[in-house]
Structures are given as C-alpha cells and as structure tokens.
Design a protein around this ligand. Structure first.
Ligand code: AMP
Length: 276
C-alpha cells in the first residue's frame, strides 16, 4: 500500500484507544473490506516540527512497513494531509503487556517463556533483515485478541548494513546493554541482552538493575550486578537462561536460535504463542 492510495475518507473512525507522545490512536474500519485497524494520527505542526521528527518518523515508518511477522505489529499503510500523518496499524485488541504485568505483578514461567520465545522469533526475523530494535521494553509490547505478543514501536530501531555497527545511545535506561551505556559501537546483540532483562522482569516483576538514580543503574549494568532473590521462587533453568543473556561481552551472549532451543523455553513456552 503506497502512501497516495489511502485517505481518511476510506475509514470509519471508531472509539479513541489511547494517546502516546506523538499521536492519538483510534479504532477504525476500512469501509470497503470492513477490516478493523488502529489508526494513529500524528499532528505535523504540534508534534513533528517541535521535535524535528520528520526524518525520524519516516525511518520508523519505512522499517515497520517492511516487516511482516506474527509477533511484529503490522504497519499496513500510511498517508497524510496538510496537517496530519496517519498510520494504518494492525489492531492489538488486548491490554498492553506492561499493564498486564502491573496487574499480575509477575508472570508464570509458562507465560514468561512464551513471551520470551515470541520475542526471540520476532527479533531473529528482524535481525535477518538487518533491523535492530534497540528499545524492547514492556511499554512497546502489545497483545492481539488471542493474547499473542506484538512488538509495536520501532521508534529507536536502526537498519544495519550487513555486519555493521551503530553508535547512537538510545533506548530506556533499565534495558540498555553495557556497550550502549558506554556509548560504544553496538550491533544486534543489544536486543539479546534486552531479552535477558525482560525475562528477569517477567519473572520477578522488576528489571534487574533498578536503582534509586540512573547512575546507580548504569553502574549495576556495567558490573552485570544481577541478583536472584529467593522470593519469588524461580526455576534454576530460567535463571540459567537469564545468566546466559546478561553477559557483558556481546559476542558471548546466547544467540536467538539458542534461546529457542534452551530447555526452559522448550519445556515452558506455548508453541501457539498465546495458549495459557
Ligand atoms: P503510542 O502513541 O504508540 O504510544 O500509542 C498510544 C496508546 O494507544 C498505547 O499505549 C496503546 O494503548 C494504544 N495503541 C497504540 N497502537 C495500538 C494498536 N495498534 N492497537 C491497539 N492499541 C494501540
């Protein structure tokens, strides 16, 4: 779907779903097919000019539009008028993952392993296309009507040349890999580190390097100061997987394929990605 092919009139606009930093999101239906989508509306003047965000948004759109995987939120199309940019997105009907985690406090091993496996599959697909996400965190993960995890936000994603490295410091502090904290060149293995952080957070309810201020968090990340508290009870296999992902030397982190073959994932993850 190219940008010119669509206009607002092609959609029936439904209820307001939510608001982010750069736009409002509405439930909508494509009039001809009846297909239900989420329509994100971004005001050019208010948001984009203020943040000099045109280039950034264009890159985000290009990257997300090029991806087609069951665990990556589809960006079907986009179009714009004088004042607004519209993104036609797959609708994720269930609660956002961070709200679910807040409500449940922590996930069961089955649910955690299922989400980690879904993420590993989605990231393996992205990495194969030379896209590194760099900002995987619960706020960027949505759940579809069946509860299947969808990576939703590619605002910090980067396209690497094959075997290339990037150097922009980005992402959210708790989820940053040591090489990013140190502002060193980094590659797709930053996403593998983040999977270790998320796996810990899914099981314990908090990310592993949380601290009073961000400098303490930085210090703990650089020391890889992982503590596994005795409560809640977490299986040794889950801790083993986390320990093999939170490795300072990025070349020694478990690969995404090895994550999927890890005994904890094999024993716990639901193959459908949503059966619990
Ligand atoms: P965002 O601007 O992407 O942060 O979106 C703002 C809010 O809208 C999010 O927190 C979600 O609650 C909701 N939202 C965004 N995209 C979708 C989507 N594709 N399906 C369902 N809800 C969405």
């Amino acid at each position: 779907m190219a940008a010119e092919e669509w206009q607002l009139d092609d959609f029936e606009i439904g209820k307001f779903i939510g608001e982010g930093k750069f736009g409002k999101v509405y439930l909508a239906r494509e009039k001809q097919s009846g297909y239900v989508i989420a329509l994100k509306v971004i005001f050019k003047k208010k948001k984009l000019e203020k943040y000099q965000f045109f280039g950034h948004l264009k890159r985000e759109i290009e990257i997300q539009h090029s991806l087609d995987h069951p665990n990556v939120l589809r960006l079907f199309a986009w179009f714009h008028d004088e004042t607004r940019v519209f993104l036609v997105l797959e609708y994720a009907a269930q609660v956002e993952l961070y709200k679910l985690l807040n409500n449940l406090l922590r996930f069961s091993e089955k649910r955690a392993a299922t989400y980690v496996a879904s993420l590993a599959k989605a990231l393996a697909y992205c990495h194969k296309k030379h896209v590194i996400h760099r900002d995987i965190k619960p706020e960027n993960l949505l759940l579809d009507y069946e509860g299947r995890l969808k990576i939703a936000d590619f605002g910090w994603a980067a396209q690497l040349q094959a075997h290339g490295k990037r150097q922009t410091m980005c992402g959210t502090i708790d989820y940053l890999a040591p090489e990013m904290v140190q502002n060193k060149a980094h590659d797709q293995t930053v996403d593998n580190w983040t999977l270790g952080i998320l796996c810990y957070e899914f099981l314990y309810g908090v990310p592993p390097f949380e601290a009073e201020d961000k400098y303490d968090t930085f210090r703990r990340i650089l020391k890889v100061d992982v503590v596994f508290p005795s409560s809640p009870l977490v299986s040794p296999e889950a801790k083993d997987l986390i320990s093999k992902l939170l490795v300072k030397d990025s070349s020694k982190r478990l690969s995404l394929q090895k994550i999927l073959e890890h005994p904890w994932i094999v024993q716990n993850a639901d193959p459908s990605g949503c059966g619990f």
